[in-house]
Design a protein around this ligand. Sequence first.
Ligand code: HEC
Length: 242
Amino acid sequence: MFSVPALAAGDGVVLMQSGANISDQASLQRGAQLYFNYCGSCHSLEYMRYSRMAKDLGLTEEQTMKYLNFTSAKFGETVVAAMPAGLGEDAVGGEDWFGKAPPDLSLIARARQNGPNYIYSYLLSFYPDPTRPSGWNNTVFPNASMPHVLWDRQGIQSLRAADEHGEDSHGHAGPTFDLVKPGTRSPEEYRQDARDITAFLQYVGEPAALDREKYGIWVILYLLLFTGVAYLLKLEYWKDVH
Ligand code: HEC
C-alpha cells in the first residue's frame, strides 16, 4: 500500500514529486530505452531527431538505431510512432482501437501544468477498471483511453475507495493504492522507471535546457573568478590609502 502525498495542484488533481533530473545522463538513457520500448509504438516525438537525441544522451548512431529506433526512420529524421494512428482496426496505436489517437509527446512536459510531476504521477496512477474499454483507468487522467502499458513492471494496483471528503479510511488525502499483484520491478524500482521516462520527456520538451545547465556552471565559475580579481584589484588600489 502506498498513499500519494499531496502537492498543490491547480485543478484538484493530486500530483507526486517526480524527482526527475535531466542532467543525470544515465537516467535520460534509461528513460529513452523505456520510452522506445513501451511508448514509441503509439506516441511520436515529432520535434525530436534521432541524431540530436544521440548527441545529447551520449549515444552512438549505431546504439541509437539499434536499440531506440524500431521504425524505418533515418538517423537524421524525427521520431514517428512505430504504429501510426489511423491504420485501421489492427493498428495497436490506431484511433479505432482506443477511440482516441495517441497524442504526440514532444511538448507534453511543458503543455501540462506541473508537466514532469503530471507525467510521473500519471505513470503511477493506473488501476484496473472493467468498465473501461482498455480495462484500465487512471486517477490523474480520469477515463484516459491509454492502457497501463507498464503493468508488467509495476504490477497491478487496486484503487481504495475514498469517502466523501476524498479521504480513504486512513485519512489520506488523495487516492490510495494497494499492490495486488507485484510486477517485475519493486515499487521503488518502478518509481525510478517512471522518473527516468519523465526525465526523458522533460528533456525532449526542452533540449536546450541541457546546454543551459552546462553553461550555467561556467557562468558561475566566471563570476567567482571575476569577484576574486575585483577583490585583488581593490586591495591594490587601496593599499596606500590610510
Ligand atoms: C497502445 C498505445 C499507447 C501506448 C503504448 C502508450 N500510450 Fe500514452 N496514450 C495513448 C492514448 C490513446 C492516449 C490518449 C488518451 C486520451 O486522450 O484518452 C495517451 C495519452 C498519454 C498521455 C497524456 C497526454 C495528455 O494529453 O495529457 C501521456 C503523458 C502518455 N500517453 C504517456 C505515455 C507513456 C510515457 C507511454 C509509455 C510508458 C505511453 N504513453 C504508451 C496510447 C498509448
